[in-house]
Every structure is written in structure tokens, then in C-alpha cells.
Design a protein around this ligand. Structure first.
Ligand SMILES: NC(=O)c1ccc[n+]([C@@H]2O[C@H](COP(=O)([O-])OP(=O)(O)OC[C@H]3O[C@@H](n4cnc5c(N)ncnc54)[C@H](OP(=O)(O)O)[C@@H]3O)[C@@H](O)[C@H]2O)c1
Length: 268
């Protein structure tokens, strides 16, 4: 199998490192190209054993997958590079947020199979949640899912659900980090110094994450397990207004999903 990445930035590297570390592909099956980050991609070549090339004929010769991993605004340039050399057998997989299958098809002027995936940066620790959607003519879907599951879990969705997945899990980590940030700031209000507050919050988050990972219990049960009648946790929870928090989070997610929709309209 030959997998070619156009773009070797944060997301692309999280993906190919996951694939290599989980032995779903060998380093020599991966080809990288970028526009200008020669040093960075040479680092990957020397340390991982992947191939690096700036020659699109060489890159696309016999490619099974081309992964579109540049920023959406660079895609017209990337499409220009790919277009003349694209073979019929090559499947296109885009990680570009907001760029629709019909836009990719139009820019590449191709009928080749196209899939879009929406991973998140937790791919770097092999815990991405990947939304995935395919064009109707996409063959071997299981093979693509297997490749994508080397750096996380996969949810197959219709393309119009991509905006919600982008909000929920693509941007979602940032929303959770923001809450942790505010938690640490509140610890400072309580009397800890900044360093202590960050240390305590960081370890609290890591521990809570491990509890979520290890137990089969829903969040509500994990919460109840540490809430005794008239205890300190109950006193704290009574001060938290769940409905207000839900409202704020719903507004946050709606804003992100709406922005994803707007961005996808820009390129129509
Ligand atoms: N980061 C996230 O959390 C996240 C989550 C989901 C989806 N995504 C999507 O993933 C994509 C990449 O994001 P990123 O954070 O990895 O961005 P990034 O770190 O800026 O990487 C973009 C890469 O594209 C390359 N590139 C630009 N123009 C090119 C061209 N003409 N030919 C070949 N390569 C070219 C860049 O190389 P040069 O520097 O040499 O130009 C760079 O290696 C975006 O479309 C984004 O929507 C990101």
C-alpha cells in the first residue's frame, strides 16, 4: 500500500505516526510532501524512515491513498500539483475542515473515490475521535476505517453531520481545556498560587480521564460515587447550576457548528 500526504503539519504527522506506531503500515509505505517545511519533513524521513518527495509524478505513481492535509486555503495549490498525475485507482482522503466532497471533486476534476475525515489533535496520543464520510463510489471502506483506527476511534456519518462532529470533537478538546483553565483560575481565587493551581488541575484531569477510560460507568454515576449526603461534594454541586452550564455549552457547540457551515459555504 502507498499512502501520500500532501501537508506534513500537526494533523498529518499525528496520523502517520499513529499508523506507523500501530503497525498498520510500514514507514516505507508513507510518502510526505509539503510546500516549504523541508527541515521538518527531513526529520520525519531520518527518524521514522518515511519517504519524502517534491516530485508529484513520483508521489502519485501507484498511490493507493492521497491524504489532503494542508489548510483548506492552500487546497487550490495542492489540487494543481495533484491534478495532472492522479491515477484512477487512487482514493482521496481529506482531513481539511469544512471542505466539501463536491469542492474536492471540482478542484481535482476527478471522479475518484473521496472520503472526508474529521480527526482531532488527540490523534497525537492515539485517542482521536474521527468522524468519517464517503462518496458513494468509495470502495474498501473497512480498510480506510482500519487505517483511521490506528490513531483513535471512528464514527461513520453523513456528510451534513460533519459540521456537528467538527464542533463536538474537532473543536471539543479546546472547549474542555478552556474549562480546565477556568478551574485552575478558580483554585487561585481559593488561595493556591498559580503553579500549585496548574499542578492540581492537571493531575485532577489526568486522574479523571483515567477513571473515565477504565470504568464502564456513565459520568453521572462517577459523580454520584463521590457525592455523599450532606458532604462537601454535594455542597459544591448544589452551587453549580447544571442547566446554565448546559445552555452555555449548547451555545458554544452551536457557534462552532455554524462557523463550520459558513466556512464550507465560502468555497462553493
Ligand atoms: N489541527 C487540528 O486540530 C485539526 C483537526 C481536524 C482537522 N484539521 C485539518 O487538518 C488540516 C491541517 O491542519 P494542521 O493543523 O496540520 O495545519 P499545519 O500544521 O499548518 O499543516 C499544514 C501543512 O500543509 C502543507 N502545505 C501547504 N500548502 C501546500 C502545498 N501546496 N503542497 C503541499 N503541502 C502544502 C504545509 O506545508 P508548508 O508549511 O510547507 O506550507 C503544512 O505541512 C487542516 O485542513 C485542518 O482543517 C486540523
Amino acid at each position: 500500500m502507498k499512502i501520500v500526504f500532501y501537508g506534513a503539519g500537526n494533523m498529518a504527522s499525528a496520523i502517520f505516526i499513529g499508523m506507523i506506531e500501530n503497525h498498520v503500515v510500514k514507514p516505507e509505505q508513507i510518502y510526505l510532501t509539503s510546500r516549504s517545511q523541508q527541515e521538518k519533513i527531513m526529520f520525519f524521513k531520518e527518524n521514522l524512515g518515511v519517504n519524502v518527495s517534491y516530485d508529484d509524478t513520483e508521489l502519485l505513481d501507484g498511490a493507493d491513498y492521497v491524504i489532503l492535509a494542508s489548510k483548506p486555503q492552500s487546497f487550490p495549490d495542492v489540487a494543481k500539483r495533484i491534478r495532472p498525475h492522479l491515477e484512477k485507482k487512487t482514493k482521496i482522503v481529506s482531513v481539511m475542515a469544512g471542505t466539501q466532497i463536491k469542492t474536492i471533486r471540482r478542484e481535482l476534476r476527478t471522479e475518484n473515490p473521496i472520503a472526508r475525515i474529521m480527526p482531532n489533535t488527540n490523534a497525537m496520543v492515539q485517542h482521536s475521535v474521527n468522524g468519517i464520510t464517503y462518496s458513494r463510489n468509495f470502495p474498501d471502506k473497512d480498510q480506510l476505517v482500519e487505517l483511521m483506527e490506528s490513531f483513535g476511534t471512528t464514527v461513520v456519518i453523513e456528510e451534513d453531520v460533519m459540521h456537528n462532529i467538527t464542533a463536538a470533537t474537532g473543536s471539543g478538546s479546546a472547549f474542555l481545556y478552556f474549562i480546565y483553565e477556568k478551574y485552575a483560575e478558580s483554585l487561585v481565587e481559593l488561595g493556591f498560587d498559580e503553579e500549585e493551581a496548574l499542578f492540581l488541575t492537571r493531575n485532577l484531569v489526568i486522574g479523571a480521564g483515567k477513571m473515565v477510560e477504565d470504568s464502564e460507568l456513565p459520568f453521572s454515576q462517577l459523580r454520584k460515587n463521590i457525592t455523599s449526603k450532606n458532604g462537601t461534594t454535594e455542597a459544591g454541586l448544589n452551587a453549580l447550576d447544571g442547566e446554565s452550564i448546559k445552555k452555555i455549552l449548547t451555545a458554544t457547540l452551536n457557534a462552532a457548528a455554524n462557523r463550520s457551515e459558513e466556512l464550507s459555504k465560502d468555497d462553493e
